[in-house]
Design a binder for this molecule. Structure first.
Ligand code: SF4
Ligand code: SF4
Length: 184
């Protein structure tokens, strides 16, 4: 799954992005809702940035991981058990508890000592969409990953201050991003 496929499957067509962005750009004040801005930002950042690098088979993304399902972080026994009962793919994850009910992170029983997934074909969607998913959710990819965020040579003209700040933050927090400041 590539980045654009991931976005299209999760956010609808790129045409709808241009529709929403045009509306937002024309009338920032009346459509100044956080939900609309978040929606536009998720599309826009994929027009500005892309995922570079390659998997170094470190296994870091499979160790001490946190599970998120439908935007909900599975950080309690109850939340995790609800999902696990519905989806047997979650049986592979073993919660590590911070205290009696709070989950700190998960271990995966499918990671081999050679850092290979022993159920690569049957791995859950959250594994398939990494690191795109974390870029979409958090605007970053951990430095311990072989993938990193890079910037396209051509970037659209942006005038929205909040979005400019988000772009700036990605560049500042990602020291492997090749910056072409004159394009901004
Ligand atoms: S953390 Fe990144 S480099 Fe390491 S195994 Fe996962 S995707 Fe590959
Ligand atoms: S199922 Fe495979 S890809 Fe997913 S966390 Fe476990 S070892 Fe990693």
């Amino acid at each position: 799954m590539n980045f654009q496929d991931y976005l299209k499957s999760s956010k609808g067509s790129i045409l709808s992005f241009y529709f929403w962005y045009s509306l937002y750009a024309i009338n920032e004040k009346t459509i100044n809702k956080p939900s609309v801005e978040t929606y536009i930002w998720e599309f826009l950042k994929c027009d500005i940035f892309y995922i570079d690098g390659k998997c170094q088979k470190s296994g870091n993304c499979c160790k001490k991981l946190m599970l998120v399902k439908n935007g909900i972080t599975l950080n309690t026994k109850e939340k995790f058990e609800t999902i696990r009962k519905k989806d047997k793919k979650y049986d592979r994850f073993v919660p590590n508890y911070q205290n009696a009910s709070k989950i700190k992170n998960f271990s995966c029983t499918c990671i081999t000592p050679q850092n290979i997934c022993s159920d690569y074909k049957g791995r859950p969607t959250l594994c398939k969409s990494y690191p795109f998913s974390i870029f979409i959710k958090d605007d970053k990819i951990p430095n311990t990953c072989g993938y990193y965020i890079n910037i396209k040579t051509k970037v659209p003209k942006i005038r929205n201050a909040s979005i400019l700040k988000k772009i700036d933050n990605i560049i500042k927090n990602n020291n492997r991003c090749r910056i072409l400041e004159e394009e901004l």
